[in-house]
Ligand binder design. Structure first.
Ligand SMILES: *Cc1c(COP(=O)(O)O)cnc(C)c1O
Length: 194
């Protein structure tokens, strides 16, 4: 995935032209200002914390929301998607390092969360996403892989576990080593953000 926050549309379009058609946006306002300039076709995933009151702006455009970390947010996604007659694929964001500064569901609470979110008819859970504590990725990617496999083995109704989104510019190779099938790359593609 090309992570396109702060990147001007011309540069994003070069990536799309090269075949990098999966884009990750985490700033709704910024995305809305850029989207009409983006080349098609591309796919859009919303990454990073999403406020409930912003869901309505991206409900039609997003191909996946990777950062679902509360039932409040899930409820709002469900409501907005029901209005426009679609089902939104989502990932549950896991706070694998137990960091207070970060959003995400704790591994201890994920089963209860999945049980609750599985009741929403306009949401389809496809897997997990995480941002590990800085500098300690490997240990936490390993834990994520264990959790992912554990959830898979439980075959929960209406929950599919096929997507594991982890790894950024600094640690994407480690992400892949532990089973990631989406790496989210910004800096290594577009240079440092200013
Ligand atoms: C910015 C961002 C990335 C990309 O980070 P880089 O280190 O620039 O590759 C990945 N995931 C999320 C959620 C981000 O906010």
């Amino acid at each position: 995935m090309a992570v396109t926050k702060t990147v001007p549309p011309q540069d994003v379009n070069i990536a799309i032209g090269e075949g990098l058609t999966l884009l990750g946006e985490n700033r709704v306002q910024e995305y809305l200002g850029k989207k009409e300039h983006y080349a098609v076709p591309h796919e859009l995933h919303i990454i990073g914390s999403l406020q409930s009151n912003k869901v309505k702006y991206i409900a039609a455009d997003a191909d996946m929301i990777e950062s679902v970390d509360s039932l409040k947010l899930a409820g709002e996604i469900n409501r907005q998607c029901k209005k426009i007659g679609r089902v939104m694929p989502v990932l549950c964001e896991i706070n694998i390092g137990g960091e207070e500064s970060k959003g995400g569901i704790s591994p201890e609470n994920i089963y209860e969360f999945l049980h609750n979110i599985s009741q929403f008819g306009n949401i389809a859970v496809k897997g997990l996403m995480t941002i590990p504590p800085r500098g300690d990725s490997e240990k936490f990617f390993y834990k994520m892989q264990e959790l992912f496999i554990d959830i898979q083995s439980k075959n929960i109704d209406n929950i599919s576990m096929s997507v594991l989104s982890m790894g950024m510019s600094q640690d994407y190779a480690l992400g892949i080593k532990y089973g990631s099938n989406i790496v989210r790359i910004g800096t290594k593609l577009f240079g440092a953000r200013i």
